[in-house]
Design a protein around this ligand. Structure first.
Ligand SMILES: Nc1ncnc2c1ncn2[C@@H]1O[C@H](COP(=O)(O)OP(=O)(O)OP(=O)(O)O)[C@@H](O)[C@H]1O
Ligand SMILES: [Mg+2]
Length: 330
């Protein structure tokens, strides 16, 4: 099925050259005045975004990671023109939202916070209605979209009977109906069960791989970011604390692996390991813990066996993204 026929596939060109910036966010600050927008003297307001800058390249899956209140939704709203920042610039493919609103919005599809639908109507009715609001779409095209998001079996049921995951997928269907080059999703996996998470993850990956869609999405679910995103921006208290590529995250996590070895002579094993590799070790009962820094854990196993130590179990515990996040936002 050729859903986005005109969309160039950005991945066919060898990938050797650095891709140009697609979305550019520069020094964006947004302060919400407290009291529902009413400014009161002496009240400072909530700094939702504090001088945030980031670049998203064409065809990237870019994640914004942060706890509740970090500013994720605000950043997403700024990028989709729903919130105008107090200062800073946002451009998409060189277009400034404030100057070229119409053209800018033509490239964007978005699902922000919980999607709202007419519950008494079917999924199909809702999509058709939303398509009509934007000039209409042929039924065949809506059918294709429904298939892409995996809702074909239930599209004629009332939305009120949908599960959370189905609503999310209908929200994504709505966001991709007009084949946007740029898809923005706020917490697309929020509230989904493990199956739903896998489905939405596959859908995001498929949109990027098959249609070259650039995707920006937010989440506070750390593991998801690690498997899906090319880059992750760590947001905390309105500040962008770091942007890491998937390789950097994997390397960072791998660097600080903790090895737990249950063996018959843990103290002798500890001495052997620290002498040969210089790693920090700790013994607790029959378990030897080794802080492996970028090394090969198989070498440790071999060393112990060669020295006549009986290894009962051998487990590598990688540093979690959560631990990395805590370090970055400390
Ligand atoms: N319209 C608004 N008026 C006042 N304050 C707001 C408004 N929108 C957001 N804020 C505040 O800005 C900060 C960032 O909010 P935002 O919704 O961007 O966070 P978030 O990272 O999306 O959080 P969550 O994970 O809970 O969705 C919060 O302190 C929030 O209370
Ligand atoms: Mg939010």
């Amino acid at each position: 099925m050729d859903m986005f026929p005109e969309t160039e596939n950005v991945f066919v060109e060898g990938g050797a050259t650095e891709k140009a910036t697609y979305l550019s966010v520069k020094n964006v600050t947004k302060v919400f005045k407290k009291g529902f927008g009413v400014f009161r003297k002496g009240q400072s307001g909530v700094v939702a975004l504090d001088n945030v800058s980031l670049d998203v390249k064409k065809g990237e899956i870019f994640g914004i990671l942060g706890p509740n209140g970090a500013g994720k939704s605000t950043l997403i709203k700024v990028v989709t023109g729903l919130v105008i920042p107090d200062s800073g610039d946002v451009t998409l493919n060189g277009l400034d939202f404030r100057r070229d609103k119409e053209k800018y919005m033509q490239s964007v599809g978005a699902q922000i916070e919980t999607p709202v639908f007419f519950n008494k109507q079917s999924g199909w009715w809702n999509l058709k209605y939303l398509a009509d609001l934007q000039g209409g779409l042929p039924d065949g095209r809506i059918k294709d979209i429904v298939e892409v998001v995996g809702l074909s079996g239930r599209i004629n049921s009332r939305v009120g009977t949908y599960s959370m995951g189905m609503r999310q997928r209908l929200g994504i269907a709505q966001a991709i109906m007009h084949k946007p080059e740029f898809l923005v999703l706020d917490e697309p996996i929020n509230g989904l069960d493990p199956d739903g998470i896998v489905q939405v993850r596959e859908l995001i990956r498929q949109l990027r791989d098959d249609y070259g869609t650039t995707i920006l999405f937010s989440s506070h679910i750390l593991g998801e970011m690690q498997t899906l995103c090319d880059k992750v921006a760590f947001l905390s208290g309105g500040r962008l604390v770091a942007v890491k590529s998937r390789e950097e995250i994997e390397r960072g996590l791998g660097d600080a692996a903790i090895l737990a070895v249950v063996c018959d002579e843990p103290n002798r094993a500890a001495a052997l390991v620290s002498e040969k590799f210089g790693y920090r070790t700790k013994v607790q009962g029959t378990t030897l813990y080794v802080e492996v820094k970028g090394g090969n854990t198989a070498d440790i196993n071999r060393l112990l066996i060669e020295n006549g130590i009986s290894v009962v179990s051998f487990n590598v515990k990688k540093r979690t993204l959560e631990e990395m996040y805590k370090e970055l936002t400390r």
